[in-house]
Design a protein around this ligand. Structure first.
Ligand SMILES: [Mg+2]
Length: 381
């Protein structure tokens, strides 16, 4: 069996899919994308395809080595995401070739269901209670929300209070038996993060995510030591090597993205690395159905798994949503806030190829907003 064809599809709302076909007719799907840089990753996939065409798709580990290291220069979001999508597609093909779901190929399932959380509240507090109530009524046991929009470099009392008020409102709706995770999104300085973390501690968030931007990860030990709130990070880290320092810093939750951090192969290894620190895996996934399928396959086979992000109804999903490109929604039918393990081969989903090809003709040009502080200077989004 040889890899015969590799195609990419830019589909709304902001995704990039890849399709890998073998000469005996197997098709594997992957989702290689950096949100807002989809065209760039598409070019990277095209270049990397030179290494795969004509090769045995089942030599996943060897392909991973060549794709990540064979170009001499390595790492970074674009290359790591291109590799991630191709890696997912190769695992999808392997599952079909061996007649087994990916989680079986990773050593077999360690759980029957995977807890997922729903997004509430974009960057504004309006409607937060209603959104959380709707997710609770839909069965979810955990939600995640952004803490604030652009905030002064050292938060004012009003800004600090506003963050605490919205998390307190969430806690009130959720009660003590459900969870709220709070995403700082790297929007705060370390000093502001420390101040807000202290105030949030009594509200018992599941975790606080990206308390500082990744390039300030050397400040994480101080934030970890500043209080009891579990810290999470990792959506902007792309390899085991980049997770090592944050795990050493004491983060409680590792959040690699299956479509950014080298795919199923590397996230499986990142999970094992995190396990040696007693840290838990909560993969980032505000993306499409293929990235989520890859995440769930990994979660079913990962002992130190905590919870899975998923994008159904997320504020980014304007012109299409999680189910727009799959033939059968069953793998994403959540029961009491949990995905249920299936036994379909590969990634376990059937991509609606007709819908994907049609959507690619329209394409998309999604970009994240660029924010400014009141004085006109750049603000982290
Ligand atoms: Mg995040």
């Amino acid at each position: 069996m040889k890899i015969a064809r590799i195609e990419t599809f830019m589909v709304p709302p902001r995704w990039l899919f890849c399709r890998v076909e073998t000469d005996d007719g197997l098709v594997g799907w992957g989702e290689p994308v950096v949100e807002g840089r989809a065209e760039v990753v598409r070019s990277a996939v095209d270049v990397l395809s030179e290494h795969l065409l004509g090769q045995d798709p089942l030599r996943i580990q060897d392909h991973w080595q060549v794709l990540t290291k064979g170009g001499f220069y390595r790492g970074g979001p674009v290359l790591s995401s291109a590799v991630a999508g191709l890696d997912q597609a190769l695992w999808d093909i392997a599952g079909q070739a061996y007649g087994a779901p990916v989680h079986a190929l990773l050593g077999g399932p360690v759980r029957d269901t995977v807890r997922v959380y729903a997004w509430v509240g974009g960057d504004e507090p309006a409607g937060l209670r209603e959104q959380i109530t709707a997710q609770v009524e839909a069965g979810f046991t955990a939600v995640k929300m952004n803490a604030a929009g652009a905030t002064s470099p050292l938060s004012t009392p009003a800004e600090t209070a506003a963050v605490v008020a919205r998390v307190a409102a969430a806690r009130e709706v959720l009660g003590p038996d459900r969870d709220v995770a709070v995403d700082f999104h790297g929007r705060f300085t370390a000093a502001t993060a420390r101040r807000i973390l202290t105030e949030l501690a009594p509200l018992h968030p599941l975790f606080v995510e990206e308390p500082v931007v990744p390039e300030q990860s050397h400040l994480l030990p101080g934030l970890v030591a500043s209080g009891p709130v579990p810290l999470a990070t990792g959506e902007r880290l792309y390899s085991r090597a980049e997770f090592l320092p944050v795990l050493n810093a004491g983060v409680a939750v590792a959040q690699p993205d299956l479509s950014h951090a080298g795919g199923i192969s590397e996230v499986h290894r990142i999970a094992s690395l995190a396990e040696t620190y007693g840290a838990l895996l909560a993969p980032h996934c505000p993306l499409g159905p293929i990235a989520l399928a890859a995440s769930l396959q990994t979660a079913f086979a990962t002992p130190n798994f905590l919870i899975q992000e998923q994008s159904r109804g997320i504020h980014y999903n304007k012109d299409a949503d999680l189910l727009s490109y799959v033939v059968d929604p069953e793998p994403f039918r959540f029961v009491a806030g949990h995905a249920v393990r299936g036994d379909r081969p590969g990634l376990g989903i059937t991509v609606d190829e007709t819908a994907v090809r049609a959507a690619d003709r329209a394409g998309h040009a999604w970009r994240n907003p660029v924010w400014r502080h009141a004085d006109g200077s750049f603000a982290e989004w």
